[in-house]
Design a protein around this ligand. Structure first.
Ligand code: GLC
Ligand code: GLC
Length: 814
């Protein structure tokens, strides 16, 4: 069952039923001011940091769900009936409800009793504010007297404190109202020099800023006393809970349309110019007023919206493809790329599943996210790499996370996840392959943000590589440390204390438990590093890296092979994990995915064998599960993985993040059909028809789909902020379609389904437009390329040496 449809030409998903199985959200903002908005206008906004500069309040895990947001009420002043055109919070039986989630904007509208209304929400580029453009049309034969109300609930800035510290917070709220603009200035009198504002383009016939005055005692957003009565009370908040609400009266002739613009924004004043007059306690509004006036003008709001569209057109225009599969086209061209930008902007901070107060930026996660967005935002990728590398420790190890505001590593989730350092090599390599900007390797970068510790970025990569060499276990495999990619495989933790964090507790010396996954990652990263060294003219160094990867490969084939698949790890007792000898957890996806992705066992058939075992034991119609059989009890020597009920998360859930490793592995053994089949099983668009089962948004990936051991098999959770976005984008674009960046140029190596006659693509790469067309002329994956009509050797198209800015690449697959 579907709850809407894709409008690909407008790059929108159109939701036609408000009561979606879960709130289906979108993001507003792409630089510093952000918001999340659901299909019924729920959500909140913040400036830069979702915890520390939260503008509007949102109650997570609320009942009814997703209650609280950017609400508009319309009231028929004759019949006295009122409703919300976005369905929530009043939940009337609306006609023609639609929510259009587009690239950086959302439009929600409906009709009720002959009054049509829709609101377009977006954040203009380069501004710290959001615009709500409300359009109301009278479709009745008679004139209509309508009151329109807007409403938001301010957050007292620090979202964590806001949700807990009531003895203080009920006493700090302050506002000002001037010329109809509501200014939220809690704590402005002391150490803050920022405030929020909420403005309206029409003369208001009333406002409220105190929540209880607006709602009335024992009432909620679905029946505010003031809206019911048809008149706001001009309350001024002093303590308690500041809100913003405006009332506008509209007398509409039959067929008449009116537009009202609301602007909600954030502003910082220079410390010396906080007040006006200077020694008063009144906000200096001089600097912000021109901005407010500008966007309250519909013409300027429309122009800003047009700019936003152009911004997304040009970002998405960097790679566009046309294949025989609509789900591939739609995800690659629109939604998957868009989600990659969201994961870049948000990391794992603010979604409906990430509360915006918890996790910092993950070291591992941020490097992997780069794979999906580096072509759209290379300059920001560069900055991100340097920030990440500066938190690296002198040992080459890393903190697991860092805080974006301070750019410092934090110990909340600890460190010593022994896979972490290698992701830096992979991130930097992806950046070099995209941009050819070799200068980044010479950038001086601190260790642990210590002034004076600067070394070239290249040296950070060397230390990343050596980190593993200095931490090998009894079999010569890498020691796992606290965990590897699988945060929940905690082999040195042995926790028996309720509530203890699996990721920061260590009871063992860590000298025994080894990870076959890290071994595969080491081989992959080591080869990337060798190619980088080689390119820098460091031939001997490159050879020594390669020698280490060859050595590790043979250790994997000897001690990391279980007969039919790759083992997962050795535990603290030196016993196998992910082996046919195990009672549960006999086979895992990560080691089989990463080893085959890295091409380990290609020559002797082990890769193909491992992939076949994955197909047999782990693949389901909804995707590939993490391991089988699921753990049915808690194993103290395994940690968090066995804490989840079977079929969820790391305990045999379908972790969509790692499915692409198998897809890439399948391309490496030449199986285009199976690679694309696996891709399609978790492709959200391809799952749209089962939205009632899938439940999450059909336009973006979720971190997890419940595995076959769960009663909810096929149900997705934790949509939007997941490494799934980057990895699926990378797998389909670079390995299945095979349009791959390399140090030497654009490589064209498709491994596509046999029944595809071919495909075309446009790729803007290092300033040149590549118009690519691939034609199938046989069942295989060997390719013959011509560039502007001339055939070339091999499959790497090097950048034109003349002034050509557009190049035609034709490939014949046979
Ligand atoms: C989450 C984490 C990621 C980890 C994965 C598996 O997605 O963000 O870092 O690799 O879980 O545990
Ligand atoms: C929990 C989750 C895991 C995530 C980790 C991050 O362990 O199960 O998916 O990676 O938290 O802190």
């Amino acid at each position: 069952m579907k709850f809407g449809y894709f409008d690909d030409s407008n790059r929108e998903y159109v939701i036609t039923q408000p009561d979606t199985p879960l709130p289906w959200i979108n993001y507003l903002g792409c630089q510093a001011y952000f918001g999340i908005i659901s299909n019924t206008a729920g959500g909140y906004s913040f400036y830069r940091d979702a915890r520390l500069r939260r503008l509007t309040r949102y109650r997570y895990n609320n009942v009814p769900m997703d209650f609280g947001g950017r609400y508009i009420y319309l009231r028929d002043d004759e019949s006295k009936e009122f409703w919300s055109p976005s369905w929530q919070p009043t939940r009337h039986n609306l006609k023609d409800y639609t929510c259009r989630h587009g690239m950086g904007y959302t439009v929600i509208g409906s009709s009720y009793s002959g009054i049509e209304a829709h609101t377009r929400y977006f954040v203009p580029l380069d501004e710290n504010l959001e615009i709500w453009q409300l359009t109301v049309t009278n479709k009745r034969a008679a004139k209509a007297s309508i009151s329109a109300f807007s409403s938001i609930e301010f957050c007292l800035w620090d979202a964590q404190d806001d949700a807990t510290n009531f003895q203080r917070n009920f006493n700090t709220g302050q506002v000002e109202v001037e010329d109809g603009v509501i200014y939220h200035k809690t704590e402005y009198r002391e150490r803050r020099n920022h405030f929020a504002y909420f403005a309206c383009s029409e003369p208001s016939t009333g406002f409220d800023t105190q929540r209880e005055a607006f709602l009335g005692p024992y009432r909620s957003w679905d029946n505010p006393a003031t809206v019911e009565a048809g008149q706001l009370t001009n309350s001024i908040a002093h303590g308690w809970s500041p809100i913003g609400a405006h009332q506008v009266k509209l007398d509409l002739a039959p067929g008449e349309t009116r537009q009202i613009v609301f602007v909600l924004g954030y502003h910082e004043n220079p410390a010396a110019e906080k007040f006006d007059p200077p020694n008063s306690q009144t906000i200096n509004k001089k600097l912000v007023k021109p901005t407010i006036a500008k966007y309250l003008d519909t013409k300027n709001a429309d122009a800003a919206f047009e700019q936003l569209r152009q911004y997304w057109d040009s970002l998405l225009g960097i790679f566009q493809v046309s294949t025989p599969d609509i789900h591939t086209n739609r995800m690659v061209n629109i939604w998957n790329a868009y989600q990659c930008m969201a994961t870049f902007n948000m990391s794992r901070s603010a979604s409906l599943y990430e509360s915006g107060i918890g996790r910092g930026l993950g070291f591992r996660d941020s490097n992997q996210d780069l794979l999906g967005f580096v072509h759209m935002a290379p300059a920001r990728a560069r900055e991100r790499i340097l920030d990440l590398a500066a938190t690296q420790l002198p040992t080459g190890g890393t903190y697991h996370q860092y805080q974006p505001l301070t750019k410092r590593g934090n110990n909340d989730i600890g460190g010593g996840f022994n896979d972490d350092p290698h992701w830096l090599i992979i991130g930097v390599s992806a950046y070099l392959k995209e941009t050819g900007d070799w200068s980044i390797l010479d950038e001086p970068v601190q260790y642990d943000n210590e002034p004076g510790s600067e070394q070239p970025l290249y040296e950070h990569l060397q230390r990343s590589f050596n980190y593993t060499l200095e931490r090998l276990g009894p079999h010569g495999l890498p020691l796992i440390g606290r965990a590897d990619w699988n945060d929940c495989l905690n082999l040195n933790c042995f926790s028996d204390t309720p509530g203890q964090s699996f990721q920061t507790t260590t009871n063992k010396d860590g000298k025994v438990a080894e990870s076959v996954f890290i071994a595969g990652l080491f081989v992959h990263a080591g080869r990337e590093l060798a190619a980088i060294a080689d390119h820098r003219g460091l031939g001997a160094e490159a050879a020594s890296y390669l020698a280490e990867t060859v050595k590790m490969e043979s250790v994997i084939l000897e001690h990391g092979w279980d007969g039919e698949w790759f083992l997962r790890a050795y535990n603290d007792f030196g016993a196998k994990i992910g082996s046919k000898e195990c009672e549960e957890g006999k086979i895992f996806i990560e080691s089989n995915g990463y080893c085959t992705l890295a091409g380990i066992g290609l020559k002797d058939g082990k890769a193909a064998k491992a992939l076949a075992a994955v197909g047999e034991h782990l693949a389901t119609q909804h995707g590939i599960v993490v391991q089988q059989p699921a753990y049915t009890r808690y194993y103290i020597e395994m940690g968090e993985i066995s804490s989840y009920p079977p079929g969820y998360k790391e305990n045999a859930g379908i972790f969509c993040h790692v499915n692409p490793w198998i897809m890439i592995g399948e391309t490496r053994v030449g199986h285009g059909d199976l690679a694309h089949d696996y891709y399609s099983r978790i492709n959200p668009s391809a799952r749209e028809a089962i939205s009632d089962l899938h439940r999450c948004e059909p336009y973006v990936y979720a971190q997890m789909i419940a595995g076959k051991d769960a009663p909810t098999f096929g149900e997705a959770k934790n949509s939007w902020l997941t490494g799934t976005a980057a990895w699926n984008y990378y797998a389909i674009v670079q390995w299945i379609l095979g349009i791959r960046t390399s140090l030497g140029g654009l490589q064209i190596a498709p491994v596509i389904p046999k029944n595809w006659p071919g495909f075309t693509a446009t790729r803007i790469y290092r300033g040149v437009v590549y118009k690519i067309s691939i034609v199938r002329n046989g069942d295989g994956n060997s390719i013959a390329l011509t560039v502007d009509g001339a055939s070339i050797e091999g499959n790497i198209v090097s950048s034109p040496t003349d002034s050509r800015k557009e190049v035609a690449v034709k490939g014949i697959l046979s």
